[in-house]
Every structure is written in C-alpha cells, then in structure tokens.
Design a protein around this ligand. Structure first.
Ligand code: CP
Length: 350
C-alpha cells in the first residue's frame, strides 16, 4: 500500500542531480598531472585480466581521463558507434554489469548480453574455449564475470578481440580496483603524483581477506604502485590465511608496508582510508568473512577518514554512515562509471 511519505514524494517532480556538485574533485585531479595519451596507447586493443598489467603511469593517465569524462559528463562524444560489447555475466552483479553497459551505450556502442549461463551452450557442456571462438564473430570486446577463475583464461586463449575481467572467482577484479584508486586520488590528488613528504603519507586500513577477496587482491596490487605515498596498509582480519601464496612477499617487494591485526577498534583511529568488504564469491554462492567486524556511527574513525566499500554491503557497514562525510562508497561507485569509460575508450582506440 502507498505510504503517506511516498504520496508526498509522488507530488514532486523528479529532478536530476546537479551534475556540477563535486566537480571540483575531478578538476583538481586533472590539475595535478599532465595528460599524456601516449602512455595509454599501449593499452589499445589489449585484454585486461589482472591489476598487475597496469603501470603506475597508466593508472595515473586512466584516472586523469576518467576525471575528464566526469568533469565534462561526456557531452556529445560517441567513439564506440557501430561497435558491439558482449556483456557476459555468469555471476550476479549490480554495479559492474550496469556500469559497463551504461558506459558502452553512452559512448555510442551497442550491446549483446548474457546474464544467465543456463541460456547458453555452457549449460550443454560447451567449453569456454568454443564459446569464445564464437564470440570473435559477434562483437568487438567481451566483458566477463564468472565465479570460475579459470574461465577468463580459457576464453582469452580463443579470443581475437579483447576481454575484460569483471571479476573471476576469488582471483581479481581489476576495474573495481581502478575505480577504488580513482576515488582515492580524487580525495587527495597529491597521493597520485608522488614525492609525498613522509609525514603526509596515509595509512590505509583494509577490513577483509586479501587472499580470498578479488576486490582486495586487485586493489593492493594497484596500491603497491603508489607505495611511496602510503605509510602503512593495515589488514584487519582474524582469518588464519590472510594472504595467498607469495602475495604478501610480492606486495612488500613493491614497497608496500603491510601489517595484520585482529583488533579493529584499536587500529581505526590511525586510518585515513578504511576499505571494508565482507564477501568472497566461491562457486555458485558467496562466503562471508570477518562478520564480527563492522563500521558504525560509533566506530572510532579519524575525523577526516573516508570509507570505501566495493558494495554490495551487508551488516558490516551501517547505513547510519551514509549521511556522514565518511561516506565515499557511493562516490566510489559513481566514479566507476567514468573509470570504465576511460578504460573502454582506451581499449577501443586502435
Ligand atoms: N563492486 C561490484 O563488483 O559490485 P557488483 O557485484 O554489483 O558488480
């Protein structure tokens, strides 16, 4: 039944958000570094499977291009006209699928999509290799999400068009990590530029399990490219195996200073950024990790700390925080649209 509050809202016109609200942030990021398209040229017509593929300079230029799209709202630019995206999501998604599809259409392209593998030959035992061989003839790029972490590699072997990893099991989610660092660099562009004075380096808290969460794994890889701007990354977890084999060593080799703790509230007052996630996709379902950890309006957060979350959220992130300045998770999700715009337009520029 319609409630009184909804009746009142129904009387109002729906007004779009004023798109210039917050525009100073992408503008500040753009002002912090020069545009250098040559650095992105090497990504043209490449597949994107891992965050490890990105150099520091490429991340900076992708952030700058994303900021350019955000600041201009991509007015009247349709470089993907006549191109087709094959959007293959064999695992649930709200943000990643809809933002990729929205971006592709806003850039002028068309889409064919699969949201249920049972409607494709995979249900009849067809191999990923053969599905990919067919896709070569149907579109210009594939975006794949699959809980089977090997699926993307099998398809990559057979593809002659680029494939983008939109999340493969517990392995990687590189475009989410690009969106995460884009949010961080809009918050403090100086962190992206480098040469940060030791006293201004930030402490990042990650409430999650790097060895089992694809978002966290890819984010740590990208952060390791900017280790000179980071004082320390504190992982909050009470899992026995926090890192996968060789993961910690590789991050530390790249200069990231890592510490693991089980005591969230003791560590929180030191964190400038708090990244929280509680879900890892495994097989056809998900496992919740670290359910004893939660952020609420009562958490001892630093006054200016920002909270990031890849979403979807559960009980670990109190909705009471939505209306506080700590909430950067919705801006993070919004920025993913512009980051994917930057990435897709770069991949298709050939
Ligand atoms: N962040 C993220 O991957 O969200 P979805 O699962 O909704 O795509």
């Amino acid at each position: 039944m319609v409630k009184q509050r909804q009746l009142e809202k129904l009387k109002q016109r729906v007004e779009p958000e004023n798109w210039t609200d917050g525009i100073e942030m992408p503008l500040a990021l753009m002002g912090a570094c020069h545009e250098d398209p040559a650095i992105l040229a090497s990504l043209a017509f490449r597949s994107i499977i891992s965050a490890k593929q990105f150099s520091r300079e490429q991340i900076v230029q992708l952030c700058r291009l994303a900021a350019k799209f955000e600041a201009s709202q991509n007015a009247g630019y349709f470089p993907l006209t006549g191109r087709i995206l094959i959007s293959a999501f064999y695992e649930p998604s709200t943000r990643t699928r809809l933002s990729f599809e929205s971006v592709w259409q806003r850039l002028g392209g068309d889409i064919i999509s699969i949201t249920d593998p049972s409607t494709t030959g995979i249900a009849k035992g067809e191999s990923y290799h053969d599905v990919a061989e067919m896709m070569n003839h149907y579109g210009d790029v594939v975006v794949l999400r699959d809980s089977n972490e090997d699926a993307i590699y099998e398809m990559h072997d057979a593809l002659r068009i680029p494939i983008v990893n939109a999340g493969n099991g517990i392995d990687e989610h590189p475009t989410q990590a690009l969106a995460d660092v884009y949010a961080i660099f809009k918050w403090q562009p100086a962190l992206m530029v480098g040469g940060v004075d030791p006293k201004d380096r930030i402490t990042i808290g990650i409430i999650g399990v790097p060895g089992r969460m694809r978002t966290v794994r890819s984010l740590l890889t990208l952060l390791s490219r900017f280790s000179g701007s980071i004082n320390e990354v504190i992982i909050v977890s009470n899992t026995d195996e926090v890192f996968s084999e060789g993961q910690r060593e590789e991050l530390e080799k790249d200069g990231l200073r890592l510490r693991v703790t089980t005591e969230l509230n003791k560590a929180l007052p030191n964190m400038d950024i708090v990244y929280i996630n509680a879900i890892a996709w495994v097989g056809d379902s998900y496992e919740e990790l670290g359910t004893e950890y939660a952020l609420t309006t009562k958490s001892p957060l630093k006054k200016n700390a920002i909270i990031l979350h890849p979403l979807a959220r559960g009980d670990e992130l109190d909705t009471g925080l939505d209306s506080t300045p700590h909430n950067w998770y919705f801006a993070q999700a919004r920025g993913a649209v512009y980051m994917r715009m930057a990435l897709l337009s770069t991949l298709m520029r050939f």
